[in-house]
Write a protein of this length. Structure first.
Length: 115
């Protein structure tokens, strides 16, 4: 199995960009999520993700790229709740861009505190 084959059909949307916001990779779920924007190959791979974000989201994304700080939050749209996890990624210790993982989560879910 190729090194990253598992991510192709993983049930969360995974998008990877470089330090300037150029989209490098998208898995199937991300391509489906952004289908109206062109999907994986039609327009988005190789394009700048900043163009897909209106202000103030664009400004926040620019700030994340510049400061290399992770951003984690939940959203709800059309009755679907998602966890959004945006984090810098590194290649051989050098900042290489950002990964965004968008994962559908139940409206109510257990929370465990372990020691």
């Amino acid at each position: 199995m190729p090194e990253h084959e598992w991510i192709k059909e993983f049930p969360a949307a995974v998008t990877v960009c470089d330090t300037e916001g150029i989209i490098l990779e998208m898995n199937d779920k991300a391509a489906k999520t952004f289908e109206k924007d062109g999907g994986r190959f039609a327009n988005l791979i190789g394009s700048n993700m900043l163009a897909c974000h209106p202000d103030p989201a664009r400004e926040k994304t620019e700030r994340l790229l510049a400061t290399r700080v992770k951003n984690v939050y939940t959203i709800e749209k059309n009755g679907v709740k998602k966890l959004i996890y945006q984090s810098p990624w590194y290649k051989e210790g050098t900042y290489a861009g950002f990964v965004e993982i968008s994962l559908e989560i139940p409206t109510e879910m257990p929370h465990f505190i372990r020691s």
